[in-house]
Design a binder for this molecule. Structure first.
Ligand SMILES: NC(=O)c1ccc[n+]([C@@H]2O[C@H](COP(=O)([O-])OP(=O)(O)OC[C@H]3O[C@@H](n4cnc5c(N)ncnc54)[C@H](OP(=O)(O)O)[C@@H]3O)[C@@H](O)[C@H]2O)c1
Length: 279
């Protein structure tokens, strides 16, 4: 038995928890949904494409651990959609929410001089405003989960934001994307301090390059040769000399949600093969 009075099994368990994970139909979000559900979490997720969600639900339905995942279409850039999403998640999760993962996001490669007011507003709404507003909407539900937990368990409720190493290092043509991610890092620290009294932990995972189709999902038409050159240049700067896999981000998210991480809040943890600490 640990000093906290919880056994090792309890500290490393998410059984019986509920979670809302945004952007769970592809890439990192899908890996997070599958990792949390694999630990016994009841997960609700969303994406803009209902067809992609239905395809995920069909696949998940064939696996006993994932069959309880539910989903609804939502554009997190739209305020009304966010309100409907949280109401739907609450309903699907039996009125209880322990975990919010703000993962849905898009990228944009555009020179600052060519970025329009619409580009700027769209990316801010998708990556940053959505994370703030969903945290606001989830807060009362997270408080209810704390109150319902036996002994007001301090590790029960948490938020994990998915930012990017772009919030730490600067890439040409990624100024607005990086600004959204740098702001998510600071939002994490600010909410962690503000909500510590509520026993809601707030942390952030900042991935480096991860093998997903984010450029395509973000509506970018990249020249394959240019993309390859950019990827090679980036990998040359990663001490581990490889790209990350979505599962390698999902495992860190799951850890941050566990009682084992009960003294960790306000942290932004890079999962980047060492990219941000290399000379
Ligand atoms: N891949 C990387 O190298 C990398 C590196 C650092 C950080 N990240 C961050 O990791 C997160 C996930 O990225 P990913 O690489 O997994 O991207 P992805 O493969 O494109 O998946 C993004 C997911 O979010 C959903 N989504 C996108 N825009 C949305 C919106 N407006 N409303 C609701 N859902 C939306 C997508 O579905 P729909 O398209 O159907 O909406 C999809 O399910 C993002 O926040 C990204 O910035 C990624």
């Amino acid at each position: 038995m640990a000093a906290s009075g919880r056994s090792r099994e309890e500290r490393w368990s998410l059984a019986g928890k509920t979670a809302l994970v945004t952007g769970g139909s592809k890439g990192i979000g899908r890996a997070i949904v599958e990792e949390l559900a694999g630990f016994g979490v009841r997960v609700h997720t969303c994406a803009r494409s209902d067809a992609d969600l239905q395809e995920c639900l069909r696949r998940w339905g064939a696996d006993a651990r994932l069959a309880r995942v539910t989903a609804s279409a939502c554009d997190v850039a739209v305020r009304g959609d966010r309100e409907r999403l949280v109401a739907r998640a609450r309903e699907e999760l039996g009125g209880r929410l322990d975990i919010l993962v703000n993962n849905a996001g898009q990228t944009m490669f555009r020179a600052a001089t060519e970025t329009t007011a619409e580009d700027y507003a769209r990316l801010m709404a998708t990556n940053l405003e959505s994370s703030f507003h969903l945290a606001q909407l989830a807060h009362p539900l997270l408080l209810e989960a704390v109150a319902a937990a036996s002994g007001g368990d301090a590790s029960t409720s948490c938020i994990v934001n998915i930012s990017s190493i772009g919030g730490f290092v600067s890439y040409p043509t990624l100024s607005v994307y990086s600004a959204t991610k740098g702001a998510m890092n600071q939002l994490t620290r600010s909410l962690a301090v503000e909500w510590a009294k509520d026993k809601v932990r707030v942390n952030c995972v900042a991935p480096g390059g991860v093998r997903t189709d984010i450029a395509n999902s973000s509506g970018l038409k990249l020249d394959p040769e240019v993309s390859l050159k950019l990827a090679e240049a980036e990998m040359a700067r990663v001490p581990m000399h490889r790209i990350g896999e979505p599962e390698e981000i999902a495992s860190l998210v799951a850890f941050l949600c566990m009682p084992a991480a009960s003294y960790i809040t306000g942290q932004v943890i890079c999962a980047d093969g060492g990219r941000t600490i290399a000379a």
